[in-house]
Design a protein around this ligand. Structure first.
Ligand code: ADP
Ligand code: MG
Length: 347
């Protein structure tokens, strides 16, 4: 299917660690004034005028990704995205990343170059500098660990903990697509195994596949909020499902949350594919992960500032902790929200 048919294979053992690092990072460009020194020394130097936010995420082969259907370039891109998303979820702008990899000699240089193409593309597109990392060997699988650094004025940094009774719950974009994209990929992998000559028509699923394979972090949202003069009271990114992120906000803010089923924004393709797979689209929205949208709360007085924006949907509101967390269905029923998020430990 999406396998790399690239024929040339340069063994990484022939390059040595320094040769490998040099090859992978030779095209790095520094674009942020706050990067005083990048790759090549014992440590990088950064100097931002504002407070920093720092976040790390690790992706492990077999747990977080399956190389039989995820192209390495996409994996590199996604590894950067998942980290930038956490920076944007603090209402900060990202400026630097470090990338550490553990690789076995099962991966030729060409494969790692593909991985780094995705990393470089993500850095360029999002205006962040790759300033360092570490390279080591592993016995079999591939592990990628990325650290992202961002900055924001202290008064505008948004945590998970500031939501208050009466605040509105706002979601960016639409959700459920990345999870259904994964379902499509897994189905096609099974079909391909049974019949390698089968050429599936993926066109109808392109939005879902893109959301799964090439997610985009919401760099635009902190900028939009700045423009609209809104500082959310709390915020989180959607790496797991909506329900588990709602529970994080409510727990950290010590409040309850009411979510309205009819307000959850779904792309029409998600609705169609949920029908095809015979699954409930609300369940997918609640428990499917990896959308990398942002979920935040704002005080009611900020509502006029956001209400006309097509990127933002009010999907619920904050209530007193004693009311707990509930989904109000289209039929008016109230269902308790439980953690149903995608969790790599459940695999
Ligand atoms: P040290 O032994 O001092 O830790 P390394 O040889 O590990 O130095 O790294 C040399 C330089 O290359 C450092 O600036 C380091 O941050 C950078 N680097 C190492 N591995 C990677 C990688 N996988 N991606 C990006 N930069 C890397
Ligand atoms: Mg090192």
């Amino acid at each position: 299917m999406l396998e790399n048919k690239n024929q040339s294979r340069t063994g990484i053992e022939n390059l040595g660690e320094f040769g490998l690092i040099e090859t992978l990072t030779k095209q790095v460009e520094i674009n942020n004034d706050s990067t005083l020194l990048g790759i090549g020394d014992d440590a990088a130097i950064i100097h931002t005028k504002q407070p920093n936010v720092i976040t790390t995420d690790m992706l492990v082969e077999g747990i977080h990704f399956d190389l039989s259907y995820v192209p390495l370039k996409h994996l590199g891109y996604k590894a950067i995205m998942v980290n930038l998303s956490d920076v944007y979820a603090m209402n900060a702008q990202a400026s630097q990343v470090t990338v550490s990899i553990a690789v076995s000699n099962r991966f030729p240089l060409e494969a790692l170059e593909e991985l780094y193409q995705g990393i470089h593309l993500a850095c360029k597109t999002y205006g962040v500098d790759l300033i360092g990392g570490d390279t080591t060997s592993s016995t079999s699988g591939l592990i990628i660990s990325v650290t992202a650094i961002g900055h924001q004025e202290e008064s505008k940094i948004v945590k998970r903990s500031g939501a208050h009774d009466g605040d509105l719950l706002v979601l960016t974009g639409d959700i459920g697509a990345a999870y259904m994209g994964l379902q499509i990929l897994e189905r096609e992998k099974a079909v391909f195994k049974a019949n390698p000559n089968n050429q599936p028509d993926m066109e109808p699923y392109s939005y879902l596949l893109e959301r799964q394979l090439k997610p985009e972090a919401r760099k635009d949202i902190p900028l939009l909020l700045e423009q609209l003069d809104v500082v959310p009271t709390s915020m989180i990114d959607l790496s797991d499902g909506l329900s588990s992120e709602i529970l994080h906000l409510s727990k950290n803010s010590d409040v309850g949350i009411k979510l309205y089923e009819e307000k959850i924004p779904l792309d029409p393709t998600v609705i169609n594919v949920c029908e095809e797979f015979n699954v409930d689209s609300t369940t997918i929205a609640l428990s499917g992960g990896e959308d990398y949208e942002l979920l935040f709360t704002i005080s009611q007085e900020d509502y006029p500032k956001i209400k006309a924006n097509p990127n933002l949907t009010v999907i619920g509101h904050v209530v007193d902790k004693s009311f707990g967390n509930h989904l109000v269905t289209r039929g008016g029923e109230q269902i308790e929200i439980k953690a149903m998020g995608w969790n790599s430990f459940q695999e």
